[in-house]
Design a binder for this molecule. Structure first.
Ligand SMILES: Cc1ncc(COP(=O)(O)O)c(C=O)c1O
Length: 360
């Protein structure tokens, strides 16, 4: 997309006067009244001295959920990835991930800037790859190649369209990584979507990887935060790097109370988001000139291409904004809609009516 077009789409998005349906991102949901109440009643202490009871409780709860020895609360999912990479790898090492990986495209070069790491990419369908893919991109360089040290599994895959990694594929990739003296790390920004949709426990998804994290600011609807989990010695070191990166907090119970609330109240309801995404996906399929990226909509992300209509994606985004609907343009033809707890079934119907009107 040309910079001016992207700028125009962004400007249109930012000045929406009467935004009614925000499908731009699942990070755009607002704390619910129940969550705000939990925040206002939170017990707090100094996190850096391990004295915040709410943060300690959240860390223990997530470690149990993911079946790991320990866990640490971090301000963002980006920090979960970047700290894990820093702990596991040395300068000049390579992180292997899909070409659509968040850490490759959207973390402002963090692996290189913060830890001196290279990224080796795999072209996997729907952001999902196999152990053979890992072998294919890492063999052949010998002593001269960057040392492949981490394999990054993004579950669900964001740009892949919210697809869930099959358990046997995770095991295959993790086993391959381990056989090559590499670490398997799971970016679980939307792992709970995968859990709710598949019925597979989070600890099963996490059982073959060395480190894993979940994000609270996406489908779970919290204002900030992620929790990185793994073996105790890894988390001890992650805590040290958290401090070094300036992410060690004080009375973080003010935010981790929201995360505990979300684990109690916002997990099962992710099914509603998936249902809404499927309705949108099915409706888009029926609009002439629109192509949906994924044959099946598994979770809460719907990518679609408007190249077969007369309009560009930024033009569609602008037309939607005028009707109080926000959907992001990814490039000149591609768009992404994300369902979350502030989007209702009626909002989806309203959006589909608008899209049919604009596109046909
Ligand atoms: C797959 C994936 N990983 C990591 C992140 C980063 O999370 P955060 O926005 O909490 O830093 C995101 C955010 O969109 C994401 O989609």
């Amino acid at each position: 997309m040309k910079a001016d077009m992207l700028g125009a789409a962004r400007a249109a998005a930012s000045i929406a006067p009467n935004l009614r349906v925000d499908l731009y991102s699942d990070t755009n949901s607002r704390p619910t009244p129940g969550m705000r109440k939990a925040i206002s009643e939170a017990e707090c202490g100094n996190e850096q001295a391990l004295e915040d009871p709410t943060t300690n409780a959240l860390q223990e709860r997530v470690a149990e959920l993911l079946g790991t020895e320990s866990a640490v609360f971090l301000p963002s999912g980006t920090m979960c990835n970047e700290i894990a990479y820093r702990v596991w790898a040395r300068q000049g090492d390579a992180v292997v991930m899909d070409k659509t990986g968040h850490a490759l495209l959207f973390e402002t070069g963090g692996p290189a800037a913060l830890s001196g790491l290279m990224i080796t990419t795999i072209d996997g369908p729907d952001g999902i790859f196999t152990g053979q893919h890992v072998r294919d991109v890492t063999s052949g360089g010998g002593r001269h190649a960057p040392r492949p040290k981490i394999v990054n599994i993004e579950n669900t895959s964001n740009l892949g369209g919210g697809c869930i990694w099959p358990i046997e594929t995770i095991k295959d990739v993790a086993d391959t990584a381990h056989s090559m003296d590499m670490i398997a790390h799971m970016d679980g920004a939307r792992l709970m979507n995968a859990v709710v949709e598949s019925g597979i426990p989070a600890s099963t998804f996490a059982s073959n990887v060395d480190s894993v994290w979940i994000d609270f600011s996406k489908g779970l609807g919290c204002p900030i935060g992620g929790v990185l989990a793994g073996p105790a010695n890894f988390i001890d070191e992650a805590f040290r790097i958290k401090h070094q990166f300036g992410g060690a907090l004080r009375q973080s119970g003010m935010v981790t109370s929201a995360c505990l609330y979300a684990l109690d109240h916002h997990v099962e309801r992710l099914k509603d988001d998936h249902e809404n995404a499927r309705t949108l996906h099915a409706g888009l399929r029926d609009i002439p000139g629109v192509t949906v990226q994924n044959d099946v909509c598994q979770t809460n992300l719907v990518f679609f291409d408007v190249g077969g209509t007369k309009l560009s994606a930024p033009a569609v985004a602008s037309a939607l904004i005028e009707r109080g609907i926000r959907i992001g343009a990814q490039n000149e033809t591609k768009m992404r809609a994300v369902t979350h707890l502030d989007v209702s079934t009626n909002d989806i119907k309203f959006t589909l009516t608008a899209l049919r009107d604009i596109l046909t």
